[in-house]
Design a protein around this ligand. Structure first.
Ligand SMILES: Nc1ncnc2c1ncn2[C@@H]1O[C@H](COP(=O)(O)OP(=O)(O)OP(=O)(O)O)[C@@H](O)[C@H]1O
Ligand SMILES: [Mg+2]
Length: 591
């Protein structure tokens, strides 16, 4: 353990490893710490996010033990473990439970990945699932080596793939000539296409890439391959090589997404993926109402795509070349909201800018005003907004005459506004003005048929963005994710796919072992639970409090780490609107 003069191999990849640690922490809902074998902290979340790049001198007994023995260490009750006995830091130690795994590279331990519980709830979860968490972090450690360390040696693995003879590849390979005739197909390609070599060579073959975006035609994606009259849906990459087409099939194919090859009827809205019945109905309705001037109120749980819908409506309307101004009513403090919305003239109040300020409503003139989290608009402002809608003019703070405005209002909420009206928190007259066209976004658990489509959409999006190989997905994973309840809806699915493309070894399949154990165990509870559980919209009281406490702590931690709320929300894997809602709910500073 003599400190090396140059940064360790882990420290050289610090930025990527830190990102990885955050993702691991957010999916496992435990803190993560990664150190190298000189006990230098490479990455960490929560309490462990400080002093990155520095050598640890306290709290390191467990880590030292793992580095020295190259063995995993599990501590279910810190302080009571023999290793903690003589620790001088014992009394201040915030760690309640710990699972640490060595990162073994070329026979030596280059670092330690640890999962740490700092709340009682996290501790119980570790204790209830020791084996699962321990297997999982072990698995992750191996992936980690192949992802961050083997790449160090300069693309050796790619070189080996080149050297493997095409005949023995796990990947299907097709070569098609300029004349569209098949020139070569390896055994795997023939198997995937359910054809024989004799039956395939010389046949005319067409590739039709199924893109999610018109301008994107590279990388792994689904292709409809037509030979004779037979169409097969295959994931792969198409390369033009000297007047010929080389098609490299992805290692693992998803066979049940054949629905994609039949063009869906009804309008396609680029940013809104979904072909299930409710989504098709919704898209039809959107394309019918988008061109008109009427106000639209979008209701839906967090992460269901309310903002996506609002932007799509604007894009489809004849206001698309004019501004789309989004205001999050929960994010702006009550005192500022009025001047933000309506602006003010110079000298309107103490502290007002001397030049005055144009309000957002006026900035949206001729365009669309998106009032997100409308339920959080203070009642006094609701009256003023109602006046704007009725008179079609605004009165900036301190101004003597009103200014006419032409805006289309789209609002969104994930609250039950009818209940708000009953409680006197929302004006009924404003509600009817805003809710001329109600749109309800179904939660993801009601879009079962779309799960597979969305999985591939996000795999495509994240692999392209991060320049990774498009992985396969096992049928068990698809079936599991179709049953999962998705409390965080599409945002949660997107985050999970981003995480999975990061942990799946290049060219391999996402199988059940890669799913975060908390996701699997959460749904086990649901499967074993009585049917009422599914019907109940809220879990039982006790678990709600524990979960809320955990959530509160995670949010508080993120807010101390980032002064920028957008970054804090990104790290937590929630939307900015949700973050503001939670800040309010838990009465945290910074709201
Ligand atoms: N139908 C969809 N197709 C593709 N991506 C989607 C779809 N719906 C939502 N998303 C993606 O999911 C994420 C959440 O969507 P969005 O921000 O619109 O949700 P929201 O309902 O406004 O959530 P919140 O209540 O938390 O503000 C975004 O990254 C968005 O791009
Ligand atoms: Mg939103």
């Amino acid at each position: 353990m003599i400190p090396s003069p140059t940064p360790s191999v882990l420290m050289q990849n610090q930025i990527t490893i830190q990102k990885f640690a955050r993702m691991l922490s957010s999916v496992l809902q435990l803190e993560v710490e990664i150190v190298d074998n000189t006990l230098c902290r490479v990455a960490g979340t929560g309490l462990f996010s400080k002093q990155l790049g520095r050598k640890l001198n306290t709290n390191s007994r467990l880590l030292r033990y793992i580095i020295e023995t190259k063995k995993e260490k599990v501590v279910t009750h810190s302080r009571f473990d023999p290793l903690c006995e003589d620790c001088i830091n014992k009394e201040e130690c915030k760690e309640k439970a710990f699972i640490g795994t060595p990162v073994i590279y070329q026979g030596s331990c280059v670092g330690v990945i640890s999962l740490v519980a700092v709340t009682r709830e996290q501790q119980e979860r570790i204790n209830d699932n020791i084996q699962e968490f321990s297997d999982y972090v072990c698995h992750v450690s191996n992936i980690f080596v192949s992802r961050f360390l083997q790449n160090q040696s300069g693309g050796d693995s790619i070189h080996k793939i080149f050297l493997t003879t095409i005949e023995n590849m796990d990947q299907g390979v097709l070569v098609v000539g300029q004349d569209q005739k098949v020139k070569f197909a390896n055994p795997v390609a023939l198997k995937i296409m359910a054809a024989t070599r004799g039956g395939m060579l010389g046949k005319t073959l067409h590739f039709q890439p199924l893109t999610f975006e018109d301008n994107f035609k590279q990388g792994h994606m689904q292709h409809v391959i037509t030979v004779d009259d037979k169409k097969t849906l295959i994931i792969g990459q198409l390369h033009a090589v000297q007047d010929q087409w080389l098609f490299l099939m992805a290692f693992h194919q998803s066979h049940s997404s054949a629905g994609l090859s039949t063009v869906q009827e009804g309008p396609q809205i680029e940013a809104m993926i979904g072909e299930c019945h409710p989504m098709r109905q919704l898209k039809k309705l959107i394309s019918r109402v988008a061109p008109g001037p009427s106000s639209i109120l979008i209701a839906g749980e967090s992460g269901t795509g309310k903002e996506v819908v609002a932007r799509s409506i604007h894009k489809l309307s004849d206001r698309h070349a004019k501004p789309f101004i989004a205001i999050n009513c929960a994010a702006i403090p009550e005192q500022l909201l009025e001047s933000e919305l309506f602006g003010y003239v110079k000298g309107a109040f103490t502290g007002a800018s001397t030049s005055g300020k144009t309000g957002l409503v006026q900035a949206a003139n001729q365009g669309t005003l998106f009032l997100d989290e409308i339920g959080d608009m203070p009642i006094t402002l609701q009256a003023k907004l109602l006046r704007v809608i009725e008179s079609r003019e605004i009165q900036p703070v301190g101004a003597s005459s009103p200014i006419p405005v032409d805006i289309r209002i789209i609002s969104a909420t994930n609250q039950n506004l009818e209940q708000y009206i009953a409680d006197g928190k929302f004006r009924e007259d404003l509600y009817y003005r805003l809710n001329v066209i109600p749109l309800r976004l179904p939660p993801l658990r009601e879009r079962g048929e779309d799960i597979e489509l969305l999985i591939h959409y996000f795999l495509h999006l994240h692999t392209r963005r991060l320049d990774l190989v498009y992985p396969g997905v096992s049928p068990e994973v698809i079936a599991f994710l179709r049953r999962y309840r998705w409390p965080g809806n599409i945002r949660e699915l997107s985050n999970l796919m981003e995480y999975l493309v990061n942990v799946v070894p290049s060219g391999e399949i996402i199988d059940m072992t890669l799913l975060p154990p908390n996701l699997v165990s959460r749904s086990k509870v649901m499967v074993q639970a009585p049917p009422e559980f599914f019907a109940a919209s809220e879990p039982q009281e006790e678990s709600v409090t524990a979960l809320e406490e955990m959530e509160r702590q995670m949010i508080r931690d993120a807010l101390t780490r980032y002064s920028n709320k957008k970054q804090a929300a990104d790290e937590l894997g929630i939307g900015i609107a949700t973050l503001y809602r939670k800040i309010k709910k838990y009465d945290l500073v910074g709201g």
